[in-house]
Design a protein around this ligand. Structure first.
Ligand SMILES: NC(=O)c1ccc[n+]([C@@H]2O[C@H](COP(=O)([O-])OP(=O)(O)OC[C@H]3O[C@@H](n4cnc5c(N)ncnc54)[C@H](OP(=O)(O)O)[C@@H]3O)[C@@H](O)[C@H]2O)c1
Length: 241
């Protein structure tokens, strides 16, 4: 299949690109930077230099690829976790989830893509009994606290993914990433997820699973992952060789 991978140079995208290519897909990966785009070419992907906040340029770029599937692996987070700058990072990231995702979904629809797979998070459920199923409510989105800012971003991203006519939307609610290139070397906090297993879940979602939401994390009792195991064949123990 032809795949447009937005965020191909990110921590998940870098591992997902070779997995997609090895599975026989033709990958066009995006970055804002020509330097990073070169890395994509070295991986065997077509490189597309575009900023998702530039709606017209993005629309043209996705239309030129004519993808069957569009994958959203966009975040706007620092390479090194700095607690002092956490607030501004979460505000930027929420903007990307609201405006960037809207632009990407519109571009995917206009280009005639059939399926859209989007990266969300599994650690924004409202307080309540665990493990959380995908149908559990999310944290309140009203107010100015950072959790509400993140919840607004997540709702906008997930709504656009799930409710766009013509597109089968799949939301992957990833747990807290750890492993090579991430902030954490080892699992930390509830619902951890190795970056390799995160990438594999997106590969599986290209050809498997009905539209809807899937928790993608390790089975530590925080979130239910039965649906992802059953419908996608998700394996939290997956690691790249
Ligand atoms: N669930 C989780 O726990 C989770 C999820 C994601 C990330 N993280 C943490 O955050 C850290 C940083 O993440 P990351 O390495 O993936 O980097 P990142 O800086 O968040 O970027 C991710 C991807 O989004 C792209 N991107 C961002 N803004 C864009 C825009 N306006 N237009 C087009 N593309 C845009 C980046 O492309 P370019 O920069 O190449 O343009 C890159 O491909 C990770 O190491 C990880 O620890 C955690």
């Amino acid at each position: 299949m032809k795949i447009f991978l937005a965020g191909a140079t990110g921590v998940i995208g870098r591992r997902l690109t070779p997995l997609l290519i090895a599975a026989g897909h033709a990958v066009s990966g995006s970055s804002r930077s020509a330097d990073k785009a070169r890395m994509l070419k070295e991986q065997g992907a077509q490189a597309v230099v575009v900023d998702v906040f530039e709606a017209k340029a993005l629309r043209d770029a996705v239309a030129a690829v004519r993808p069957d599937v569009v994958i959203h692996q966009l975040t706007d987070l620092p390479q090194v976790l700095d607690p002092a700058r956490r607030g501004e990072a979460l505000i930027r990231n929420a903007r990307l989830r609201i405006e960037g995702a809207a632009n990407l979904v519109a571009a995917a629809q206009a280009a005639g893509a059939r399926r859209l797979i989007a990266q969300s998070i599994a650690f924004i459920y409202a307080d309540g009994p665990e493990p959380h199923a995908e149908s559990d409510p999310l944290a309140p989105a009203e107010g100015d606290d950072l959790n509400a800012v993140t919840a607004r971003g997540v709702r906008a991203l997930e709504d656009a993914t799930l409710h766009t006519p013509g597109l089968d939307g799949i939301v992957l609610r990833y747990g807290r990433l750890y492993g090579p290139g991430t902030w954490l070397e080892a699992p930390s906090g509830r619902a951890p997820l190795h970056v390799d297993a995160a990438a594999q879940a997106a590969l599986l979602a290209v050809t498997r699973g009905g539209p809807g939401i899937y928790n993608i994390a390790e089975d530590d009792g925080a979130v239910l992952i039965d649906k992802a195991r059953r419908e996608l064949g998700f394996d939290p123990a997956f690691r790249l060789k």
